[in-house]
Design a protein around this ligand. Sequence first.
Ligand SMILES: Cc1cc2nc3c(=O)[nH]c(=O)nc-3n(C[C@H](O)[C@H](O)[C@H](O)COP(=O)(O)OP(=O)(O)OC[C@H]3O[C@@H](n4cnc5c(N)ncnc54)[C@H](O)[C@@H]3O)c2cc1C
Length: 380
Amino acid sequence: MRSRHIAVVGGGPGGLTLARVLHRHGHPVTVLERDPAPDARPPGGTLDLQEGLGQRALDRAGLLPEFRSLSRPEGQAMRILDTDGTVLRDWRPRPEDRANPEIDRGHLRDLLLGPCGGHPLDVRWGRKVTRVVPGTRDGVVVHFADGRQGTYDLVVGADGAWSRVRAAVSPVTPHYTGVTFVETSLDDIDTRHPGLARLVGDGSLAVYGVNRALVAQRNSGGHVKVYAQFRAPLDQQASVDRSDIDAVRSDLLALFDGWTAPALDLLRHGTAFLHRPLYVLPVSHTWTHVPGVTLLGDAAHLMPPLGAGANLAMLEGAELAESITTASGPGELDEAVRAFEERMWARAGRWATITTAGLERLVGPDPAEAVALFDEVQQS
Ligand SMILES: Cc1cc2nc3c(=O)[nH]c(=O)nc-3n(C[C@H](O)[C@H](O)[C@H](O)COP(=O)(O)OP(=O)(O)OC[C@H]3O[C@@H](n4cnc5c(N)ncnc54)[C@H](O)[C@@H]3O)c2cc1C
């Protein structure tokens, strides 16, 4: 059978893992990414990659040894405080514990884009996809924002929460969870704010209150990301002037008024503030199979950010790639994609249920539930 022309829309963790595993098997693939260059925007915070999910995917991509040297097992550490500053939990991993090491998103992206067998991955930067039309005589037509178009045998939408590919298979769009994260960061924390650096430690610090939480996560190079998490209606946020950093900061300080001083210092010293209202797709989002188009990762099953999304996207990328490479006869590619979808829906549905319940407990009316959830995860 001739090699099928496969386009992956989106060069995030899911799309790049798919492309990387296909490439490893010698299968041609093109990644269409809207960003003009890999470093066009800040890559974001840190990701924990689980042994049975993201790390399994990296193993299939032949990248596990490199991941082990780049990742931070000590980043699994977790300290939990109550709003008065009392330490409720102070958990540190054993040195050999590799269950969920952390990696900076930028390092993961560079790893997936790195050298592979002499030929670089075919990533087309600056290709913003606007629409995908399946079922034409020549295949699936992909339309780009600059007016160009391309035709492929299979188009995989790995283009995240606001996927443009999704509309080709499903009319469903994400809805707001009622929870917003406001992200800020501190640089050179060890030299500039040594007291806060000690409190955050090697991993994460979480402070839970009623319907709100503050979470700080250490990234590499003394960079710390802080997430102020709270329940708020969407329309309330429309009125916030986000260009006024001092106003955003004082709104947040008022929201967390009375909390232990170091927690508030994380907000006081934060440099810029980024609003992230959390959207999700319905817990069991499925669709009627459309030949020539599929989705993976957030495009297929956007869920609360509780340590599963990138892991699932990557494992799906690896599994889809392996299914594609083993499909040999006419019609087999479509069957392989159909089987992949069934498997993805079943697993993602389980994780969406877990993470949806988790968000209710972590940013909910009873802070003791957040601590109980941490204990349950530790014991599982
Ligand atoms: C604060 C926070 C912390 C998180 N922590 C974790 C964690 O520790 N572990 C974990 O597993 N998950 C975590 N997640 C979830 C994780 O970030 C996502 O689930 C994951 O990034 C999804 O990967 P993806 O490849 O499906 O999509 P994305 O990472 O969203 O990548 C999509 C790509 O598609 C591109 N794109 C978008 N639209 C177009 C278009 N129209 N045309 C072309 N390209 C396009 C984008 O530029 C991007 O490169 C966290 C999320 C948040 C918000």
